[in-house]
Design a protein around this ligand. Structure first.
Ligand SMILES: Nc1nc2c(ncn2[C@@H]2O[C@H](COP(=O)(O)OP(=O)(O)O)[C@@H](O)[C@H]2O)c(=O)[nH]1
Ligand SMILES: [Mg+2]
Length: 196
């Protein structure tokens, strides 16, 4: 696949409490693999993925996504802001077996949307393969309506809904960019024509 066919570049950040499955979701999506071992990510890791998205009413679009994966929760606001800055999309992940990680979603959302008010956000209920699930699907539905975001139920282990999550994020980001582009144009006003 040659680079010149790629028409969009996006930054995606993974957010959410520790051990909810951020790294696992990214790994499943970019490498198609999963590990049961918990390896704490050190620092920030990046993954690259080229995505072809079928858009309604236009040709398929090729986009390159840089996925940013930060280890732990940065305690310094400035560090967290720099990590989030310039992102077109965020996935905010919680673990359906740990209710506290669900309760923390609101805070992650507020922090992110303050830095990137125009980004597309997906709230991700991960580990749905687990039999000891405690956070019901209804809670996710509630947060989807409340925050007006995308909501996906996933398992990085089985791969369920992982591809659709990322495809939808990219498709929404492309749509948003197109809309914003035409807005810019509207603000600039119509071309004034030749002054010769
Ligand atoms: N059963 C199950 N375990 C998962 C899933 N996603 C992640 N895990 C496990 O949860 C732990 C933390 O995952 P990790 O991706 O490192 O979390 P992170 O700290 O948010 O990046 C690891 O032991 C993973 O194997 C999932 O969908 N199902
Ligand atoms: Mg991680």
């Amino acid at each position: 696949m040659s680079t010149d066919e790629i028409s969009h570049m996006f930054k995606l950040v993974a957010l959410g409490d520790g051990a909810v499955g951020k790294t696992s979701c990214i790994k499943r999506y970019t490498e198609g693999s999963f590990s049961d071992r918990y390896i704490m990510t050190i620092g920030t890791t990046f993954a690259l993925k080229t995505v072809e998205v079928n858009m309604p009413e236009s040709e398929p679009v090729k986009a390159r996504v840089v996925l940013w994966d930060l280890a732990g929760q940065p305690t310094y606001n400035e560090l967290r802001r720099r990590y989030m800055a310039g992102a077109s999309m965020a996935m905010i992940v919680y673990d359906v077996t740990r209710p506290q990680t669900f309760l923390d979603i609101g805070e992650w959302f507020t922090k992110f949307i303050t830095v990137c008010p125009n980004a597309v956000v997906a709230i991700v209920a991960n580990k749905i393969d687990r039999a000891d699930r405690l956070v019901p699907p209804e809670s996710g539905e509630m947060i989807r309506k409340w925050l007006d975001v995308l909501h996906y139920e996933t398992s990085a282990k089985t791969g369920e809904n992982i591809d659709s999550l990322f495809s939808e994020l990219v498709a929404r980001a492309i749509k948003k960019q197109r809309k914003m582009g035409s807005l810019d144009h509207a603000i600039e006003g119509p071309p004034t024509g030749d002054i010769s």
